[in-house]
Design a protein around this ligand. Structure first.
Ligand SMILES: [Zn+2]
Length: 232
C-alpha cells in the first residue's frame, strides 16, 4: 500500500528523535534490553505506533509490526471503516508496551499516563501532543479463547489441510490487531462502555478471521484439486 508523505514524515521524526537522545541514555536502555520499532496501520498517516519491547521478544514485536503494517491492509474494507472515526481522533503517536504476561491476567490495558521513558512528555517529533499508551500481554493473547466454538471448528478445517501452523500465526496477529484497536478505542473515547467497545473489536476479529479463512480455504482446495488431477 502506498505511504503518503505525512506518514513518512512522522515516522522519520520519531526515528530521528529516538536516535538523537543522549548516548548514555541510549546505551543504558540498550544494555537493559529495551528496543523500539515503529509501525503505521498500513498506509494511514496516523496514528503511528511505537512498539516498546525487550530484546528477547523481538519475534513477537515483528509479528505485531506485520499485523499493523500488512494484515490491516488485507482485512475486509468494512472492518477498517468501522475504526475510521476512532483512528482519526487518536493521538498521533501511540506507544504499545509488549509484555509476555502480566499479574492481573488481562490481555491488555490502556494507560492514563505514558510510562515509556522517551515518550512520557509531549514532543515536537510526535506532533507536540501527549502520546497514548497501552500494554499487551502476548502469552495471554496466545491462549485467549476469543471465539471458542468457531475457532475450534476452523482448527479442524486447517488440520485436514496441514496448514494449521500458518492459520495459528495469522489468528495470533489478527488478535493482536483487534486488541490494539480495542485499546485505541478506549484511549479516544474514555466514556464509551466496555460492552460497546468490545462488540466493535470482536466484530473486527470475527469478520477478519472469517475473510482470511474463506480465502485460505479457496486456495487450499485449489491446491488439493491440482494434486488429485496429477494423480489421475
Ligand atoms: Zn476494554
Amino acid at each position: 500500500m502506498a505511504t503518503d508523505p505525512e506518514t513518512s514524515n512522522l515516522r522519520a521524526a520519531v526515528e530521528q528523535y529516538l536516535a538523537a537522545r543522549p548516548a548514555l541514555v541510549r546505551w543504558r536502555q540498550w544494555l537493559a534490553g529495551r528496543r523500539y520499532r515503529v509501525a503505521n496501520l498500513g498506509g494511514r498517516a496516523h496514528p503511528l505506533f511505537a512498539i516498546a519491547f525487550q530484546f528477547r521478544d523481538g519475534k513477537r514485536a515483528a509479528e505485531l509490526t506485520q499485523a499493523l503494517e500488512h494484515d490491516w491492509t488485507e482485512v475486509p474494507a468494512k472492518c477498517r471503516e468501522a475504526y475510521d472515526e476512532i483512528l482519526f481522533q487518536a493521538p498521533k503517536l501511540v506507544v504499545i508496551q509488549l509484555h509476555r504476561t502480566n499479574v492481573c491476567k488481562c490481555l491488555a490495558h490502556r494507560h492514563v499516563a505514558v510510562r515509556e521513558g522517551p515518550f512520557a512528555m509531549p514532543h515536537d517529533a510526535f506532533g507536540g501532543d501527549h502520546a497514548g499508551e497501552m500494554d499487551i500481554a502476548y502469552e495471554r493473547v496466545k491462549t485467549w479463547q476469543a471465539l471458542p466454538l468457531s475457532e475450534t471448528a476452523l482448527d479442524a478445517k486447517f488440520l485436514e489441510g496441514s496448514r494449521l501452523e500458518e492459520f495459528h500465526a495469522e489468528q495470533f496477529r489478527l488478535r493482536l490487531l483487534s486488541i490494539v484497536l480495542h485499546e485505541t478505542n478506549h484511549l479516544v473515547q474514555p466514556g464509551e462502555p466496555e460492552t460497546s467497545i468490545r462488540e466493535r473489536s470482536m466484530a473486527f476479529y470475527r469478520e477478519a478471521l472469517a475473510a482470511y479463512t474463506e480465502n485460505a480455504i479457496a486456495t487450499l482446495s485449489f491446491t488439493i484439486d491440482r494434486s488429485f488431477s496429477r494423480l489421475g
